[in-house]
Every structure is written in structure tokens, then in C-alpha cells.
Design a protein around this ligand. Structure first.
Ligand code: 5GP
Length: 191
């Protein structure tokens, strides 16, 4: 029996604006975000337990060994994982997930096995040039990391048809409205 709560998965290439959109959904509609574990160092302003659980590689892999992640991936030289408890939480309340494309596809499959209902959205960039601009504008990436992220993006774009919805992030406000429409249609949000 499927519940009326959803694991709402927002994915897409790095730099496409997933983080911004997901924070807007959280703030306006009070849907919590699944906090992942990562071995990446915190960026300026990021907070432990709010943006991520920042852990050492050793701690990350002891969680992997004890099967505590429903999915985990190496993304651009760092490890990221979604704790199994978060998919359990999504069967009793709506929960937002911001994960890379491989992780999202993994999460979609595993959620089905655990009977959690899923809404999956691929956030697409209007163009490749725009994606590069956004990564540069963010100012947190080196030239090398931008080119690694672009190579990954090519692979990720080829997977977009496996998502329930594809939303082009041409402007943040229009992409946000489109996602609100999807969530209304699925009964997560009400007029
Ligand atoms: P960032 O380092 O910019 O915060 O995130 C890098 C990438 O890792 C983003 O595409 C983000 O969506 C992804 N990511 C964050 N948490 C997880 C997770 O738990 N699992 C997976 N597979 N990817 C994640």
C-alpha cells in the first residue's frame, strides 16, 4: 500500500540551481530537506546538520560498511550519501532530496522497493553555455573542477528521460512555479 507522502527528488547537473530551488520550496512550503552525509569540506556559511553532515572518509565508509546509506556516490572527488532513515521518513511525511543524477536514479529504484512514493524532477539548464556560466558565477569552483563538472554533466543530461518530469531552469522563478504546479497536481501542495 503506497502512502500519500512523497520522496520529492530534485536532480540535474551540478550548477543548474537545484540547491536554490529546493531551499525556496522548503522556505515557502515548509517541506523539510533530507540532509546528506559528505566528505566534502564545508563551504563558507554552510552549517553542520543543516546543509550536510560533514564527516571524514573513515566515518563515511564505516556508514557504508554498516549499510546505513540507501545510496551513495562519489561526486567530483567527494563522497555523498543519503541515510536510510531519510527514505523511511519520506513514507510518513513529504521530504525533499537534492542528489546527483546517478544517486537520484538509484534512489528512485530503491524507494520503489521500500514502498515510498516518489516524484522525480530533472532540473535542466537552458543550454550548456549557461551551465558553464552558472558554475563560474558561483565562484566556488576552480577551472579544473568546472571542467570535471561539465564532463559529468554530459553524462547526466543523457539520463533525463528517466525522470517523471523535466523542468528547464531558464529563470529561477519560472522553474520554481513549474515545480509548484507539479506538486499541486500530485496533491503535495494545495491552492
Ligand atoms: P555540492 O558539493 O555542490 O554540495 O554537491 C555536489 C553534488 O552532490 C550535487 O549534484 C548534489 O546534488 C550531490 N549530492 C548531495 N547530496 C547527495 C547525496 O546524498 N547523494 C548523492 N548521490 N548526491 C548528492
Amino acid at each position: 500500500m503506497q502512502s500519500n507522502n512523497y520522496a520529492i527528488i530534485i536532480s540535474g547537473p551540478s550548477g543548474v540551481g537545484k540547491g536554490t530551488i529546493i531551499k525556496m520550496i522548503k522556505e515557502k512550503h515548509h517541506i523539510p530537506i533530507s540532509v546528506s552525509h559528505t566528505t566534502r569540506k564545508p563551504r563558507h556559511g554552510e552549517k553542520e546538520g543543516l546543509d550536510y553532515y560533514f564527516v571524514s572518509k573513515d566515518d563515511f565508509f564505516s556508514l557504508v560498511d554498516s549499510n546505513k546509506f540507501i545510496e551513495w556516490e562519489k561526486v567530483h572527488d567527494n563522497y555523498y550519501g543519503t541515510h536510510i532513515l531519510n527514505i523511511e521518513k519520506a513514507s510518513s511525511a513529504n521530504l525533499l532530496f537534492e542528489v546527483d543524477v546517478k544517486g537520484a536514479l538509484n534512489l528512485i529504484d530503491k524507494a520503489k522497493l521500500s514502498n515510498a512514493s516518489v516524484i522525480s524532477v530533472f532540473l535542466d539548464a537552458p543550454s550548456k553555455d549557461e551551465l558553464i556560466n552558472r558554475l563560474k558565477f558561483r565562484g566556488t569552483e576552480t577551472e579544473e573542477s568546472i571542467s570535471i563538472r561539465m564532463r559529468t554533466a554530459e553524462e547526466e543530461l543523457s539520463q533525463k528521460k528517466r525522470f517523471d518530469y523535466i523542468v528547464v531552469n531558464d529563470t529561477i522563478s519560472s522553474a520554481f512555479s513549474k515545480i509548484e504546479e507539479i506538486l499541486k497536481y500530485k496533491g503535495v501542495l494545495h491552492d
